[in-house]
Ligand binder design. Structure first.
Ligand SMILES: *Cc1c(COP(=O)(O)O)cnc(C)c1O
Length: 354
């Protein structure tokens, strides 16, 4: 063993869904938006000139922060932006989760929370979801060093009401409570208005799913100015220029086209309602989906078998070999044409496994 190896941080990294490098795949495995971003986004990216590339970007990200503040009717001092909400969440973990009490998050949830906690040596406790995969507010009333949960939850697609978020924020005035709203735009009601009442509540969202900009890496947090300035101080202690100029411009363009945004969201929600019916007819069931994905199991065929058979047909969905959810598939809502391909493949696979 080399001497330096003693001092290496041992980590078990987050494993993202596959990004197959071949063409002609039906990719329903990483909750990307099946539609292009707003047309103005491409125009904004094309307009980036050499001079803007030569210079450092605005470290305060003022343009994008102003656009978000206007859109969500909050102050500019209540907005933090980062390189996807993963960056925003990691910064929040570094900033707020330095206590000795464990932070709390659901056992079935976004896998990155545990990875960050391990990586940053933050003590944590995973809170068991109920049999119905619901979060229970009373479980989050115990000594803690912070709380984080996605709403809607991943990979279950279950939405909890704003009153649930409020109960947790109200019961834990001494902790920062993070509501990770990566999927809130797909029909959920955001807890954002609560940040005016609870100075310990931080709401994070992303441009990756609802705004079709996963490749650009843009995320944001909204909360009390004291929370935001604490996060800025941490960010400026490791990298003042996390956001590149192109991403800043693309983000502003995406926010500006609200009509396009609402239109594609409606399309995805229509396709989702149809998918529930079509998959139901094939013998699949799962919780009522409130994100851009479904979480389903089949009445007779094991999920892993379906997962592999779909993959062999170049249709990618997500399967988690984890206790309690290892008979479920997480299926991203694609275009109607992509979904037809999925239904056809599933019919074949189910026939073969009858
Ligand atoms: C996708 C996702 C994120 C991170 O998204 P970014 O692409 O980093 O913005 C955060 N939380 C949950 C629950 C997600 O599903």
């Amino acid at each position: 063993m080399k001497q330096w190896m003693k001092n290496v941080r041992e980590v078990e990294p987050y494993v993202p869904g596959e990004q197959p490098q071949v063409r002609d795949v039906t990719k329903l495995n990483t909750n990307e938006n099946p539609y292009p971003p707003a047309p103005g986004v491409l125009a904004a990216i094309s307009a980036v000139d050499e001079d803007r590339l030569r210079r450092y970007p605005d470290p305060d990200c003022r343009g994008l922060i102003r656009a978000l503040a206007d859109y969500y009717h909050v102050g500019e001092d209540q907005v933090f932006v980062g390189v996807g909400s993963d960056d925003v969440l990691a910064t929040a973990f570094m900033t707020f989760f330095n206590g000795n009490d464990p932070i709390l998050f659901p056992d079935i949830s976004y896998a990155f929370y545990e990875v960050w906690a391990e990586m940053m040596r933050i003590p944590f406790r995973k809170i068991l979801l109920g049999e119905d995969f619901r979060l229970k507010a009373e479980d989050y009333v115990q000594p803690n060093g912070g709380i984080v949960f996605p709403n809607p939850n991943a990979p279950t697609s279950i939405l909890e009401p704003v009153s649930f978020v409020e109960k947790i924020a109200a019961a834990n005035p001494g902790s920062v409570v993070i509501a990770d709203e990566a999927y809130i735009d797909f029909g959920g009601e955001s807890a954002l208005p609560l940040i005016q009442k609870y100075d310990n509540l931080l709401v994070t969202q992303t441009f990756s799913k609802s705004r079709a900009l996963a490749g650009m890496r843009i995320g944001f947090a909204i909360g009390d100015p004291a929370l935001i300035s604490a996060m800025m101080a941490v960010r400026n202690s490791y990298n003042s220029y996390t956001m590149n100029q192109t991403a800043l411009d693309a983000g502003i363009a995406a926010i500006e086209d609200d009509e396009y945004f609402r239109g594609r969201l409606a399309d995805i929600m229509d396709t989702r309602a149809d998918a529930v019916k079509r998959l139901g007819a094939l013998g699949f069931s799962g919780p009522d989906p409130m994100a851009n994905f479904l979480f389903v199991q089949h009445e007779s065929v094991p999920a892993v078998k379906i997962f592999e058979a779909l993959r062999a047909r170049h249709i990618y969905v997500r399967y988690f070999a984890k206790p309690r959810i290892d008979n479920y598939l997480r299926i991203t809502i694609g275009t109607p044409a992509q979904m037809e391909r999925l239904y056809t493949a599933l019919e074949e696979i189910l026939k073969e496994n009858r």
